[in-house]
Design a protein around this ligand. Structure first.
Ligand code: ASP
Length: 340
């Protein structure tokens, strides 16, 4: 059987970084110079691969919607030449990029795995080697045709992930959706939406543009002043992601509610997400949630902050009307939300 071929784009991030006096920095050539000496990448089980190093390489704290589009266009350009894609990326904003790509890449029918590491691949205890080797094997032999994150032996749906650990190797989790695959002693597929894959088979991949959008995120806390909310809602803001308590509750203070109500009247979208790590918003459970629903706050159900932010970016970039955006935010587009 013909060996599969995988395209790796190295965007930056710890996996290929070098230690300097100022801390870790991305260094051109460093990733490939290390991989050349790793015999395991030459084993027969490993598919053919090509590494494309981006210029400039960036720490993912510097990612913007512009870089998301560069990654997406690169995948589109190479789509017909390769069987799968790996994006090497810093962990800090990996879940944002994964969520964004899930909306940008339409009719995807090949695996796009995003991975990276907590320690550079050049260091003896690096997790980068394991993350990259497993991603290569999964992309070639267990392809799941959507945007995923592979980290510390687990493959997750990208737009369901969030970074949960700043130091540990288990840096990601998918709090509201099961992992797709576990790379244990055996590779165990848990969830592979083959139906979706079949549906997309004949279609050509499409890149939907995303432009930077003025969107604010605020986490409410006991005693928060309505003045703070008002400041967040100043022009040119288009949407506010309100991270509320528990199942979607907020203070019933009339000034607080009025500032939200006025913003909604002025066509600003207020999206309610929970501050909790897992679970979903239900504004009908308590009066303190109901007051938000009554003034027109939209439920974000179980969206992660990363998925909510990038979904809003995507919807605003399509020039839909505010009413249509409000509808679409609550409807599943790319596996990012559980609405039932
Ligand atoms: N600051 C780094 C980045 O996100 C952290 C990492 O790669 O783990 O690029």
């Amino acid at each position: 059987m013909k060996k599969k071929s995988i395209y790796i784009s190295y965007t930056g991030g710890t996996i290929g970084m070098l230690k300097t006096k100022k801390g870790y920095v991305p260094e051109p050539g460093n990733l490939q110079n290390n991989i050349i000496y790793m015999q395991e990448f030459l084993k027969p089980e490993i598919p053919k691969f090509k590494i494309k190093e981006y210029n400039p390489l960036i720490d993912s704290s510097n990612m913007t919607p512009q870089e998301w589009i560069i990654i997406a266009n690169d995948i589109k350009k190479n789509y017909n030449k390769y069987d799968g894609f790996i994006v090497l990326h810093g962990t800090d904003t990996m879940s944002y990029t994964a969520s964004a790509l899930s909306f940008i890449l339409e009719d995807l029918n090949k695996p796009v795995i995003i991975t990276g590491s907590q320690l550079p691949i050049s260091e003896i205890r690096s997790d980068g080697r394991n993350n990259l080797l497993n991603s290569l094997i999964i992309a070639a032999k267990y392809p799941i045709n959507e945007v995923t994150i592979f980290f510390n032996n687990w493959l997750y749906r990208g737009n369901r992930t969030t970074k949960i650990n700043a130091n540990g190797f288990h840096a990601f989790d998918s709090p509201n959706f099961p992992p797709l695959l576990e790379a244990g002693v055996k590779i165990r597929e848990i969830y592979n939406n083959k139906k979706k894959s079949k549906k997309n088979k004949k279609k050509q991949i499409k890149v939907n543009n995303i432009y930077p959008q003025p969107i604010a995120i605020i986490s409410i806390y006991p005693g928060i002043s309505y003045k703070i909310i008002k400041n967040f809602l100043l022009k040119p803001i288009k949407a506010l992601i309100l991270c509320s308590y528990g199942i979607g509750n907020a203070p019933q203070d009339k000034y607080f509610l009025n500032s939200l109500k006025n913003a909604i009247k002025n066509q600003i979208i207020i999206l309610n997400l929970t501050q909790c790590i897992s679970g979903k918003v239900n504004m009908n459970r308590y009066a303190s949630g109901n007051s938000l629903a009554d003034i027109g706050v939209i439920s974000g159900h179980d969206l992660t902050i990363e998925a909510a932010l990038t979904k809003l970016h995507f919807l605003f970039s399509q020039n839909f009307s505010i009413e249509l955006i409000k509808k679409k935010i609550e409807i599943n587009i790319s596996g990012e939300i559980t609405t039932s």
